[in-house]
Structure formats: C-alpha cells, structure tokens
Ligand binder design. Sequence first.
Ligand SMILES: C[S@@+](CC[C@H](N)C(=O)[O-])C[C@H]1O[C@@H](n2cnc3c(N)ncnc32)[C@H](O)[C@@H]1O
Length: 291
Amino acid sequence: MVERLKTESTSGPLIRNISDTALWVAVYRARETERPDALFRDPLARKLAGERGEQIARSMQFGERHAWSYVARTWLVDRIVAEQVRQGTDMVVNLAAGLDTRPYRMDLPHSLRWIEVDLPGMIDYKDQVLSGEKAACELTRVRLDLSNLNARRELFAELGRSATKVLVLSEGLIIYLTRDEVGTLARDLAAQPSFQNWVLDLVSPGLLKMLQKNLGAPLSAAGSPLKFGPEEGPEFFLPYGWKPAEVHSLLKAAARLNRLSFGMRLAALLPQSNGRQGSRPWGAMCLLTRR
Ligand SMILES: C[S@@+](CC[C@H](N)C(=O)[O-])C[C@H]1O[C@@H](n2cnc3c(N)ncnc32)[C@H](O)[C@@H]1O
C-alpha cells in the first residue's frame, strides 16, 4: 500500500518514497511556467508540486544547478508528442506519469486516448487536485504498480488491442530500474504490435555516476536508488525489439533554448555523438521505434 501523498511541509526526510520525486520535477515545470519567456506553460504544476515539492527541489542543490535538463526534457517530449499525434498516434500511454499535465495543457485532438499509469497514492492525489479540471482529450488514469509483471502485461494487452498506433512515454522511470528490469519492460512493450513508438530519457554510465554521487543519497534513503545508465546507449534496446529513431542531447537542446549557465554553454559547444559515451556525462531524450 502506498502512503498517501502529502504536499504540505512536514518534518522527517523530504523524499519519503519514489512518488515524491514527481513533486520535485513538477517544480521545474512550475518555475519555467512562471518565467516571462517560458518555453511551455504548465499552469497546474505549482499546485500539484505543493510546498513539499518546492522544499525537495531546494534541498537538491545539484538538481537546482541542472534544472535546464528537466526543462529541455519537457520541451522535447512536448514536440515529439505533438509530431506523433500529427502522424496518427491514437493512444498515448504515459508510464509513471507522475504529475504530468500534458492532457490538460497541450493542444490535442478530443479523440486521442491518453492513459496515465502510476502508483495508487499518486493517482489518488492527482485525481483529487485536478478534480475540477478538464482534459483536452480522453484521459484515463490507471492505478498500477508497474513492477507487477502479470498486471502490467494484462494492461498492455488490453490497451494494445484497443488502439492502432500507440506512443509510450516514460520520463523519469527507467533510471530507477536495473538492466534486467528495463530489458523486461522493453520486451513487454514490444509484445504489443500497436505499441509503435516509445519516448524515454536515458543517461550514460558517466552521468549515472555523477547523479548517484550528487543526488543519489536522499533517493537511496527513500528506497529509490538510481540504477540505469547502459554502456550501449540507445542501442541497449535493440535486442528487445526497439531501435533509436531520434536521439536528442539534453545539453544541446538546453543550449538552443538558452537555458544554460556560461560554463554549461561552453560544455555544449563540444562535439557529441549519440552512441556509446563511456565516462562522459550525457543525457538524452530518445524516441524508439519498433524494429
Ligand atoms: C521522477 S517521477 C516522474 C514523473 C513524471 N513522468 C514526470 O516526468 O514528471 C517518477 C514517477 O514514477 C512513478 N513510479 C515509480 N515506480 C513505479 C511503479 N513501480 N509503478 C508505477 N509508477 C511508478 C512514481 O510514482 C513517480 O510518479
């Protein structure tokens, strides 16, 4: 049973469980929204993140310095979703949707089906905060622990049968999984022929190490250590039925969007490949497509 989310400030550890990470990342969307030159507007993010979200964000100094990566991630995914919908996607399945509000804030067709999957406590909280809001498309929330393999396979099969072209989203999920768990998830998604595209965020082994050192302690203490940053880069997914169609470096995107400090702007000038990165810190949004 997942503890109900509380967003008012309390004593004790700031991050109590994996779902609290959703409050934290919603803060970066709220702050971007509040800028006069906002790259996207997420008017519900502040309310959803609450005071606890702001406290968590302030306590994660490394996250604060690299807030650009969350802004670039949101901006890139917005664009990928819009393009995939334009190309005929009839269902979006957002795994570990957290406090994402794209169904409310994006210009989407009424007929698009949008499925959000997350742990029961997170969905209860979101339902409660957003009860008076109206989504642009047909939105369904599913309370599911994605580590329950049988239950998730049943859900994927049911969704897979009822759509023709599905875009799967998973932002801020696979970094918390082991290699084996990511491989099994990739295979389970590929088992549905209508699941044609999958957007995910990926880090190199070098960035994983940096994140573990600088952000990892409170996450590990809350039972959600950072685990996944494969040597192979986006090609990790090839044996599981997925090939990279688009790979967008978060650093390069943030440079284009003018969200970097001077030092990071210099780093963004260095040439980058989209393949194996080794010890180099590198993070990207990847659009995978069926092989
Ligand atoms: C870092 S947040 C990301 C939320 C959202 N995708 C975003 O980018 O704002 C991680 C999310 O994963 C969800 N999550 C983690 N493990 C899960 C599991 N086993 N089943 C379902 N959801 C899970 C958490 O509840 C949380 O909402």
